[in-house]
Design a protein around this ligand. Structure first.
Ligand SMILES: Cc1ncc(C[n+]2csc(CCOP(=O)(O)OP(=O)(O)O)c2C)c(N)n1
Length: 597
């Protein structure tokens, strides 16, 4: 066998594991830190790989493929599992045919997320076995095994990743001669796939039996690591936290690293607890392992020492256990730093996130603020429209919530006032359409707005139904939010160019006054899409500038104050969108004759 050692991120290794397992379908919705799993899988020959419109759709489609006998992997970020929770709970009851693996990546520390929910509770709650790899090698091995376990125990398997496992690189040994071979089981029609109470009552017993059996499975035993090196302190841990524990303590204390984090192997934990004097649980986020171990009647401590806030690292683990009564030697004394909250490094100025220079979202937000709209927002690049100086909307909750929250708010405002809701194109297709329909159905005083930049920008430019391309680049029907609004009954539906401030102003005005139900689509492609051309760059006539600083209220990173205190436009960052020229009241901003792209 010809093998090579390669460096893969955890996400790439999950993709490789799925490919080696003969996966027939990879499907998901983008979301940091999980996005690159499907992107890596799509580069391989063999499986069908695609972006779905949302996570619920992805899981349901994958489940259909699994029932038909294919192996399928579904990918999403942690909050995606909230969207997919309905089918998740049911698929555990119904059982699978081909292996079904759900790779969901948590984001402790909220590097790129709205919350830091600990998805291990989903496994417990939905009764879906969960594997948690600690590094890239395990990502590959655990993913591969997950498909076998799914088929053997007739349940979907959750693969829990966190930002560090997903994005960190690690060495993986690959069999160079391996070829893709799609696994397909026969489809056997059965009433068991129908969710009716009678079926589910019977299936629940099967599920409980299978959950008990999976813990005893021989191959599952290979997922845990029991390292007995000291009778004093034993640490129970899993996933990324294992790496921090090893970096701090090396072999100076005993460690039980759990690979199967639901259901827990009670006997193994009890055996380990019996071999050490004191038991400590080191885990990121919630006391999931700790609570469960305590519920087994085993004495241990965890959150008494280790914070449940944000991401752990070796420094935090070391500092948290340093000043305790635990008899625990610290081989690496240098790691006893104080825990630090996420934030800028000392001495580095904080730089708030900003929309890019030339971002097509900026003009609408500027005009919305001027029009003093009451507006709710959503999740995407355009979330930054809530930040100073744009400060265009007051609240946002989750994908799709931008429209529905606005409708609730509309019940609280004076008669005649309308509440606007704004979201991006990918978010509109993900879960905005149903909210827009709600607005028509219940006749809310609400105006839906789509900032349509023709791409899923926030997560790195994935295709969506509005781009007219599938994940593999093949053409498909290009969906237009304006057409969908019209079909629902919105009238007038106004589509305006994102860099045309007059058109945006008049669309907002019309929508405010319309007796019918108005909707607005603000359209221009994201300036970072390859091939999108900018306009002529702009510059400031320094002697004509009246220093009113209106242009600075756009929050464009290309515009700053020069040495003489007047605004200057950085020639390299300016995209030539021209909205600064439109807001300038003194004609002090002009086009420089040179085309940039
Ligand atoms: C349920 C859920 N799934 C995925 C994400 C990750 N995510 C955040 S914004 C976004 C897409 C934004 O795209 P779009 O609406 O087109 O706006 P843009 O970033 O292009 O402005 C995604 C996928 C999330 N936050 N929540």
């Amino acid at each position: 066998m010809l093998t090579t050692k390669v460096m893969l991120t955890g996400n790439e290794a999950v993709a490789r594991g799925a490919w080696e397992a003969g996966v027939g379908l990879g499907i998901g919705y983008p979301g940091t830190p999980s996005t690159e799993i499907l992107e890596a899988l799509s580069l391989k020959d063999g499986p069908e790989v695609c972006w779905a419109v949302n996570e619920k759709v992805a899981l349901e489609e994958a489940y259909g493929a699994a029932v038909g006998g294919l192996r399928a992997i579904v990918t999403m970020k942690h909050v995606g599992l909230n969207v997919a929770a309905d089918p998740l709970f049911i698929t555990a009851y119904l059982g699978v045919n081909g292996g079904l693996v759900i790779a969901a990546a948590d984001d402790p520390g909220m590097h790129s997320s709205q919350n830091e929910q600990d998805n291990r509770w989903y496994a417990l709650h939905a009764k879906v076995p969960m594997l948690e790899p600690a590094d890239s090698e395990e990502c590959l091995r655990f993913t591969k095994l997950a498909f076998e376990l799914s088929e053997r125990y007739d349940v979907p398997i959750l693969l829990r990743l966190v930002t560090r496992t997903s994005h960190a690189g690690g060495l993986v040994l690959l069999n160079e001669e391996m070829k893709y071979s799609r696994i397909k089981r026969d489809y056997v029609p059965s009433p068991r796939y129908v969710t009716l109470p009678g079926n589910s009552r019977a299936r629940k017993k099967v599920l409980e039996r299978n959950l008990a059996a999976i813990v005893e499975d021989e191959s599952v035993q290979t997922l845990d690591l029991m390292e007995i090196t000291s009778p004093e302190v034993g640490i129970i841990t899993s996933g990324a936290s294992y790496n921090y524990v090893k970096e701090v303590f090396g072999d100076s204390c005993s460690v039980l690293k759990l690979g199967l984090v639901y259901p827990l192997n009670v006997n193994r934990i009890r055996e380990f607890a019996g071999m050490v004097r004191e038991l400590v649980v080191v885990e990121e986020l919630d006391p999931y392992l700790e609570n469960n171990i305590k519920a087994m009647g085993i004495r241990c401590e965890g959150k008494k020492y280790i914070t449940s806030f944000y991401e752990l690292n070796p420094q935090i683990v070391a500092a948290s256990l340093a000043n305790t009564t635990l008899n625990i030697p610290f081989p690496s004394a240098g790691s006893r730093a104080e825990p630090a909250a996420p934030g800028p490094l000392p001495g580095v100025p904080a730089r708030p996130a900003l929309l890019c220079a030339g971002c097509p979202h900026r003009g609408f937000f500027y005009m919305a603020k001027k029009a003093k709209l009451m507006m709710t927002g959503d999740i995407g690049c355009y979330s930054l429209g809530a930040m100073p100086p744009l400060e265009a909307f007051e609240a946002s909750i989750c994908m799709g919530g931008g429209y529905t929250m606005a409708q609730g708010l509309s019940l609280t405002v004076p008669e005649g006032q309308k509440v606007f809701g704004v979201m991006g194109d990918s978010t509109f297709f993900h879960s905005g359409i149903t909210g827009a329909l709600e607005g028509i159905y219940n006749g809310r005083a609400f105006v839906p707005v789509v900032l349509d930049n023709r791409i899923t920008a926030m997560t790195g430019h994935q295709q969506n139904p509005g781009t007219g391309r599938m994940m593999n680049g093949a053409p498909t029907l290009m969906q237009e939010p304006a057409v969908l609004f019209k079909a629902m009954g919105y009238d007038p539906v106004m589509q305006v160019g994102a860099y045309d401030l007059d058109a945006i102003r008049s669309a907002i005005q019309t929508a405010k006054m319309a007796s019918g139900k108005a909707a607005i689509v603000v359209k221009a492609p994201c300036r970072l899409i390859r091939g999108v051309e900018g306009g002529s760059r702009r510059a400031v006539h320094q002697n004509q500038c009246q220093d009113c600083r209106l242009c600075l209220r756009l929050g464009c990173p290309a515009i700053s104050l020069g040495e003489d205190g007047k605004p200057v436009i950085d020639a390299l960052s300016c995209f030539g969108c021209g909205i600064c020229q439109q807001v300038c009241r003194h004609e002090s901003i002009y086009e420089v004759a040179e085309v940039r792209s």
